[in-house]
Ligand binder design. Structure first.
Ligand code: GDP
Length: 541
């Protein structure tokens, strides 16, 4: 890939030298499983000089496929954790790539990760177009005004026509599209990619294995040099397509992109390295630096002098031999230095951050400083929870990290009743991570867990077995979901809870929830109790 780059990779350890938030690009990759996110992640890290060895991220992607492999990977915590955030530098830009779990069952965790990014790359399989999970994640990005660059992957295989893919993007997502890099032939005709902005032809000298290794500057799409390099039918088709592509779609416009109205589109092949460099350059040049973050005291600008940050993810038992947990923290303002004492707003206590960790592709290291946009891990013993705010000066709270109503509910059955303490601990830890939600019924002693997708139950049981040496099973419950109940009228709320005592529980923060048996019952309860709010999400703090 080196041929395409006019930037010299900087070792990630040069981070401390970088200056300030304006150079930060904090982003995530969203996609449907199998579209190529793992491959692209690895290639971006390679392009950024963060890893020297192909295959580091790979193991993870391939293992993720089968359910049993999922468990195994969940148990060998090391791999997935080093990938929760990946930091690398190039040409003075610090990239913080946050990993989002690929499986649709983990949307809550994904959602929270997306609260910590400023932009996203959407990977689409050229043959499949927009798939269910892509669309869902796209909607989340839109809700949060996160701008998106689209990478249409696998153009080296037979796929749909590029126009079909673009039109689908435009129609399905109601978004202007602006093609930046175009495939020259696809499938068996694939010859390389053409970068409209730089007028460069990206190709492979060593056609045999067909990995991108060469760049040829052109005077334009109809440069006779290009025609000479291509089989006649591919050249002819490319000229036609390229003209249409440039005339038929929106010009790239930074504001429209940053406001989420337009997505630049890059066609490429992650597997064969085509257009990965162009993608990284686009992120470096146009993806927004840290944006103001919403809080209960108004939006906090990254230019604010005082340090502020929030926890968007907590991972328990990163090292199975130690009961450690790491809180992943995104900085929103100020210049953080190691050893700083920050206010932990929820507890009102100061917290000295002595061991902040940066995560590179395969390793982690202590960091001396961080700016808005940066993500670090803070090892702790349960002090830090998802949604927590840390501030240097006046306390306030960052907002917008919701908890979602679960769609699958089960009662937890403990096989060995002597292990109640371990179970309680396990459920607390794993609820903290966002793997499950835990409810304690007002009547009865068994915990009820709620998840967004059923695969989470398997992961839950497997992790409790592996990490807490406790066997659990699940029993069906008659409830279909949970709704947080609140009211301005305390008495009405108390009466409702009394009248429905069999269907009221507390979440782990002792907030009351109503457990309806069906949609119909929920509607009925709503109609009968207009003074009570039945909320589908709740803010975490
Ligand atoms: P993920 O599930 O989105 O992380 O997808 P992976 O990165 O694991 O890729 C899924 C499959 O597609 C793997 O077999 C990859 O080797 C393959 N793949 C990824 N990118 C490309 C590409 O550009 N071209 C081709 N032909 N295959 C690719």
């Amino acid at each position: 890939m080196s041929a395409a780059t006019d930037m010299t990779p900087t070792p990630a350890s040069g981070k401390a030298a970088a200056n300030g938030f304006a150079t930060r690009r904090t982003f995530a990759i969203i996609s449907h499983p199998d579209a190529g996110k793992t491959t692209l992640t690895e290639k971006l890290l390679l392009a950024g000089g963060a890893i020297n060895m192909a295959g580091a991220v790979k193991a993870r992607g391939e293992n993720r496929r089968a359910r049993s492999d999922w468990m195994e990977i969940e148990q060998s915590r090391g791999i997935s954790v080093t990938s929760s955030v990946m930091t690398f530098e190039r040409e003075g830009i610090t990239f913080n790539l946050l990993d989002t779990p690929g499986h649709s069952d983990f949307s809550e965790d994904t959602y929270r990760t997306l609260t910590a990014v400023d932009s996203a790359i959407m990977v689409v399989d050229a043959a499949k177009g927009i798939e269910a999970q892509t669309r869902k994640l796209f909607e989340i990005c839109r809700l949060r005004d996160i701008p998106i660059i689209t990478f249409v992957n696998k153009v080296d295989r037979e796929g749909r026509s590029p126009f079909e893919v673009l039109d689908e993007l435009e129609e399905a997502l109601a978004l202007s599209v602006s093609p930046q890099v175009w495939p020259v032939g696809m499938g068996t005709d694939f010859q390389g990619c053409y970068d409209f902005a730089s007028n460069e032809f990206l190709y492979s000298k060593t056609r045999a294995n067909g990995t991108f290794d060469s760049v040829k500057p052109m005077s334009g799409i109809d440069d006779p040099e290009l025609t000479k390099m291509l089989p006649a039918h591919v050249a002819e088709r490319f000229h036609e397509e390229a003209e249409l592509a440039r005339d038929g779609y929106a010009e790239f416009d930074t504001d429209a992109y940053r406001q989420g109205h337009l997505t630049p589109v890059i066609f490429g092949s992650a597997l064969r390295d085509f257009s990965v460099d162009q993608l990284l350059k686009l992120v470096a040049r146009y993806a927004p630096p840290p944006r103001p973050q919403p809080s209960d005291k108004g939006a906090v600008s990254p230019e604010t002098k005082d340090v502020s940050a929030f926890v968007f993810k907590v991972q328990a038992n990163m090292d199975p031999n130690h009961r450690d947990r790491v809180a992943f923290v995104r900085f929103c303002s100020g210049h953080f230095k190691r050893g700083m004492k920050l206010n932990h707003v929820r507890s009102g206590k100061p917290l000295a951050i002595n061991n902040p960790i940066y995560f590179f592709a395969q390793e982690r290291a202590l960091t001396e400083e961080a700016f808005a946009g940066d993500v670090i891990g803070i090892p702790n013993h349960g002090t830090l929870r998802v949604g927590d705010t840390l501030t240097e000066a006046e306390p306030f709270r960052f907002t917008g990290l919701p908890s979602f109503a679960p769609e699958v509910m089960r009662r937890v059955r403990l096989e060995d009743t002597m292990r109640m303490k371990q179970l309680r601990r396990a459920l607390e830890d794993l609820a903290e991570e966002g793997l499950v939600q835990v409810f304690k019924p007002m009547i009865g002693s068994n915990w009820i867990v709620g998840v967004v997708g059923p695969l989470q139950l398997d992961v839950l049981a497997s992790r409790i077995r592996g990490e807490y040496k406790t066997e659990i099973g699940f029993e069906p419950v008659p409830y279909s979901t949970a709704r947080w109940i609140t009211s301005d009228d305390e008495k009405k709320l108390r009466d409702f809870m009394k009248d429905n005592v069999m269907q009221v529980a507390q979440d782990r923060d002792e907030r009351p929830v109503y457990l309806p048996k069906s949609d119909w019952e929920l509607r009925y309860a709503r109609e009968r109790n207009p003074d009570i709010r039945f909320e589908e999400t709740r803010e975490l703090v």
